[in-house]
Design a protein around this ligand. Structure first.
Ligand code: G3D
Ligand code: MG
Length: 211
């Protein structure tokens, strides 16, 4: 029997770094106006046939214009199980902001067992990097280790580069956490997580400020 998992993933970072462009490149469906009007976010859905037995529905949350505040409400973060933190390789100030976004994330949501949600760092607009420019690799490797990112990718929404790989990396870490959750909490359970088979009603509920 196929299992279906729904994961809420946040896409955060400063204004103009390419969050919306990355999501649009990646997804099948965007759910927009209603939520934007009520809570200031857009949702997008990506359905992945992860393996023959598992379908993963990635619900990507785009902050749609609230970046200027540099932080988001707890409602936005609630029940998130992963994050993509984006900066623009052509603007150093957006890299400086990455830690602020990571701190905001970690202060407002943790997994059930108290660990931080996995976050992948995206160095976006890689198409703008001159080919002779030195690789960012040593710097970003240690930056990720020191600041709790599970990995980083040089992406380009423009050229559709490395976005799938980055999402794949994030999903692998999310699944790893889900599995350890099962082991820690309910060894005999077949249900992978609280997010399993989450319905649209649930989605509405998690976005609604009243419940
Ligand atoms: P945001 O959602 O993080 O605010 P957007 O960012 O997705 O709106 O992108 C901001 C601008 O950067 C857009 O340009 C978009 O086309 C551009 N952009 C996004 N990703 C890339 C990329 O990978 N490479 C390049 N070269 N540009 C990118 P405009 O001019 O439409 O404002
Ligand atoms: Mg945007």
């Amino acid at each position: 029997m196929q299992q279906e998992l729904l994961f809420k993933v946040l896409v955060i970072g400063d204004l103009g770094v390419g969050k919306t462009s990355i999501i649009k490149r990646y997804v099948h469906q965007i759910f927009s106006q209603h939520y934007r009007a009520t809570i200031g976010v857009d949702f997008a859905l990506k359905v992945l046939q992860w393996n023959p037995d598992t379908v993963i529905r990635l619900q990507l949350w785009d902050i749609a214009g609230q970046e200027r505040y540099g932080n988001m409400t707890r409602v936005y973060y609630r029940e998130a199980v992963g994050a993509l933190v984006v900066f623009d390789v052509t603007r150093a100030s957006t890299f400086d902001a990455v830690l602020k976004w990571k701190e905001d994330l970690d202060s407002k949501v943790t997994l059930n067992h108290g660990r931080p949600v996995p976050a992948v760092l995206l160095a976006n607009k890689s198409d703008q990097l001159a080919s002779q420019q030195a690789s960012q690799q040593p710097k970003l490797d240690s930056f990720c280790r020191e600041n709790g990112f599970v990995g980083w990718f040089e992406t380009s929404a423009k050229e559709n580069a490395k976005i799938e790989e980055a999402a794949h990396c994030l999903v692998q870490h999310i699944l790893h956490n889900e599995e350890s959750l099962v082991v820690e909490r309910e060894p005999s359970s077949l249900v992978l997580s609280a997010y399993t088979n989450t319905t649209k009603d649930h989605l509405h509920c998690s976005a609604c400020t009243k419940c």
